[in-house]
Design a binder for this molecule. Structure first.
Ligand code: PLP
Length: 358
């Protein structure tokens, strides 16, 4: 079968969750599943990680989809609602919401909900993105505390800008700001994403919010997940669909970007940029064939890539080609395209078939 397959190892997912717990034993865990579970399948992840204390999605739609799929855990919409319709749906389906802007408080004050809603109060400490800015926090907090449609206490959160750079003082600065602002606030607190869960116990507080590490990747540059005891959850594989013996002096692929310096075997793998392999991937990036890392050569096409088989002369048509997985860390592949594992995962196209590892 020539359809590429993303194989999902649910044991690895449970294992990575236990790694989170080992780093942050005293915190509750909000498992982050936004963007289709970082491309791993949102319902699959939610129905597997029953040990989670809650699930975090980005948008209300994602939360409602989980509810429809029968997920009963607490779910947090991390960008909150943006109109009345969404707010009403959140109240009705028990979706917790992040409140980051005044207009959301206006909606809460001016409308009656079927039942009170749980609110995560987001404050800005230095990411420069979502959250109440420092000069608006106190007033927003008072308005929310006075609002009868909100369950008390609220949870206060902020998001870290540079936790993946452990020598950057920004994380300590954000933590200090967070603690100062929230000193008089009631209720649980949350700050850490994967990088801070691993590197900065002071940020763990009441709730940690891991995404990346649950799927098995390391948040730090020049590292792979296994360096932190994490296991890759996904193996992306396809197969060799053709092997060509190309004479010296001939070129391979669009734009003639690879010229054979000698007669050589070139494998064609059925996986291209329409499947989620970045088109800007650097030549030389490894593809695993029969356990051998064969370099990508030539340009990535829509449905295919070409690999140098000189180090794998016994390869034959139908052999499995692994694009990333436990033996070929996704961090290495991401670097080859000057991007991140997050970006590779969420760009896997719908024509890739997902299967669970038996
Ligand atoms: C995506 C996200 C996370 C998870 O970050 P990772 O780096 O994947 O661990 C945590 N909190 C918020 C608010 C997020 O948007």
């Amino acid at each position: 079968m020539t359809t590429p397959i993303a194989q999902i190892n649910l044991d690895a997912l449970h294992h990575n969750f236990s790694v989170v717990k080992a780093y942050a034993p005293d915190s509750k865990v909000l498992v982050v599943l936004k963007a289709n579970g970082y491309g791993h399948g949102i319902v699959r992840i939610a129905k597997t990680l029953l040990e989670a204390d809650a699930f975090g999605v980005s948008r209300v739609d994602e939360a409602l989809m989980l509810r429809q799929a029968g997920v009963t855990h607490p779910i947090v919409a991390m960008t909150g609602f943006s109109d009345l319709e969404e707010l009403k749906a959140c109240a009705q389906f028990d979706v917790q919401v992040v409140i980051h802007s005044d207009y959301q408080i206006d909606y809460l004050e001016q409308n009656n909900l079927v039942k009170p809603i749980t609110v995560w109060f987001k404050i800005e400490t230095g990411l420069g993105r979502l959250g109440f800015p420092i000069d608006k926090i106190q007033l927003a907090y008072q308005r929310l505390m006075a609002c009868s449609q909100i369950k008390k206490p609220m949870i206060t959160l902020s998001h870290l800008a540079s936790a993946d750079n452990v020598s950057n003082p920004k994380t300590a600065q954000q933590l200090a700001r967070f603690q100062k602002i929230t000193a008089s606030f009631e209720g649980p607190q949350s700050l850490a994403r994967s990088a801070a869960i691993i590197s900065n116990p002071d940020t763990h507080l009441d709730w940690v919010r891991p995404g990346l590490m649950l799927y098995g990747a390391s948040p730090f540059p020049n590292e792979v997940g296994s360096d932190r005891g994490l296991q890759a959850v996904m193996t992306m594989k396809s197969q060799l669909i053709s092997i060509n013996h190309i004479p010296k002096g001939e070129t391979v692929g669009y734009g003639e970007t690879w010229k054979c310096e000698e007669d050589m075997p070139v494998g064609v793998v059925g996986f291209g940029y329409a499947d989620g392999y970045p088109r800007n991937m650097t030549q030389g990036t490894p593809v695993l064939i029969n356990g051998v890392r064969c370099p990508l050569i030539g340009r990535v096409s829509m449905d295919m890539i070409t690999v140098d088989l000189r180090t794998c002369p016994h390869a034959k048509i139908g052999d499995v080609a692994i694009l990333w997985g436990p033996e070929l860390p996704i961090e290495i592949i991401a670097k080859g395209a000057n991007t991140t594992p997050y970006n590779l995962w969420v760009n896997i196209s719908s024509r890739v078939k997902f299967v669970e590892k038996p």
